[in-house]
Design a protein around this ligand. Sequence first.
Ligand code: CAA
Length: 697
Amino acid sequence: MSDVVGYELEGRVAVLTIDNPPVNALGIAVREGLVTQIDRAGADNSADAIVILGAGRTFPAGADIREFDQPTREPHLIAVVDHLDTVKKPVVAAIHGTALGGGLELTLGCHFRVAAPGARMGTPEVNLGIFPGAAGTQRLPRVAGLDHALELIVLGKPIGAAIAKDYGIVDAIIEGDLRAGAVAFAEKIVADGAPRAISSEPRNGVGSPEDHAETIAKYRDLANRRMRGQDSPHQAIDSVIDGLTMPYPDAVAADRKRFETCKNSGQSQALRYAFFAEREVSKIPDIGKDVVPREIASTGVIGAGTMGRGIVISLADSGFPVTVVETSQEAVDNGMVEIAKTYDGMIKRGRIDEAEKDKRLVRITGAVGFAALGAADLVIEAAFEDLDVKKQIFGELDAIAKPGAILATNTSYMDIDAIAAATSRPEDVIGLHYFVPANAMRLLEVVRPEKSAPDAIATGMTLAKKTSKIGVLARVCHGFIANRSRLPLVREATFLVEEGASPAQVDAVLTGLGMPMGPLAVSDLSGLDVSWRMRQSLADEHDPEERYMHLADRMCERGRFGIKAGKGWYSYEDGGSRPMPDPETEAIAMEVAREHGTVRREISDEEIRERCLYAAINEGAKILDEGIAARASDIDVMWLYGFGYPRWRGGIMFTADEIGLDRIYGRVKEFHAEHGKLWAPSPLLARLAEEGSRFTR
Ligand code: CAA
């Protein structure tokens, strides 16, 4: 009858099992199967009630997202959900794993819901640029009340079974065997003659939009703050409001139109792309599932500075014992004090309690000297960015680390092949490039040196997962993927200031694209001296034909290191971090422009957008072409998680595709003619533009 929806009788209860691995997505075959088997159960004289559950790891985790790019096929999920209203026998949803999106909506069509204690449920559709399109915006408020429904629908965060029971979404939590418990629940419903709870029935006393004005305003505000620039949370709220003013069928019809508009929007396409891009990153073409990552039972970190401490906390938070080494007892003690302070901050924000802090601190040991790292399975070096220092550290590590230990460097741009060559075991050396603050930032750039062993790389990628990070693989080059592709954006931002734009104008254009902060405000936050030192260390390699960041150097020469100095691109009052325009920056820009013959002029927002974005895209194309990134989407995932690029724009490479590579190539050629060598077009960009092709699929 159906390959993907099984039918069995258990006593007088028909059990319908959805079996569509890996997550029982509600594709066309499942939807057809459900209708067939629901009708069969309805007509089966041996069945008094129906239980619907998922095989394997989960209840359906939603609609099949891959189908969104294809023509829709009937029955739509909404028809399946509405069909359940007509079934005269009680239908019970038995939830385990993650009942998400359409999965939860399917349960809302059922008359009762029971769940395993570990089950999670929610409506994460806003993360895909849509909203619950199978009547979730109508049924969930009726079942859970408007506030709880808006919480789930607008914020898109799943909740656990216990909270779902509090919210009235789940009728009972079943300890032990879910299937047996659900069947027993259904039998009791039949025995009690309990009426079927139909969640599309008219709402009594639920109130009007005016009654709920405060709640609605609260979620509008949350949507604006947490999902800035994104449409679908507001569309979802509009749908819920429709449900307060229209009969169910009319509200559902209005939903349908709104849903289609959202689904076909650029935002939704970008968000769906990001969903799959994020899942692609862990697939490394030449490292298959047969490569077994090495066992990591204990870890070590070299350096208790800002970065080292963040890495220590990230490891300890994920349950790893960590030994952090420094060159003096004083530095160790300072590091431990700062780590404890970070945990105190987490307690203050209600993220952990004292007991949890103690548990995590017990995992951390401070020590002086490398000898303490002899037993570690993984050592991460987070010392000063100086190649000679790093080579020396790795030479010393080589002498004491146990055989097979992974030796990782946290360098953000250096030649890891050269660092690996300082050891007798380059196969064990990898890059683990964390982002500040390392305990909070989700991105981990795993860098693959020439001689690294496949299982060393697999271990780095697994470590990312085990520490709740997104690991993205890069080959070795200056700055790897993340910093190399971002540098041109920052470079253009500073050139634009030299040419006449104000820092505030440049930053406003980029925040206008949806980035959380502009590049110059970010430089002030992280310190202008960091890249100044890097430029100084690379002075010998500078190509005189390439335009140089004289203005950024001059800012540092004048002590304008950013927030920590009270002045950078902006000025800051009384130790605060609120950027204020500073006429001195303009004066310095005019001075540098004069010295280097730069003509100052009025600069349009359009030019700022194009120069900053296209410079990064052109570099991204070079990174892809050189095989530093395995795919364009890996570059995008870096931008989403490393630099706060708006997810609803997909990433810089996806944005490029949406703008059109021919347009970008055309502008890059013009900028090349105008501004010189740094704008040399990527051959890949040129080729794809000429073919009318894309970076991403
Ligand atoms: N459609 C299609 N494929 C899906 C999918 C979906 N809804 N959910 C997951 N998958 C695929 C993933 O792409 C992945 O495929 P590969 O192995 O080929 O990479 C595989 O299933 C396993 O997924 P994860 O790697 O993410 O597994 P996980 O265990 O880490 O997480 C999960 C499982 C929590 C269910 C997670 O996959 C997830 O959040 N999925 C999306 C849930 C969602 O957004 N549901 C709403 C869909 S839209 C909707 O339902 C609209 C509507 O109103 C009708």
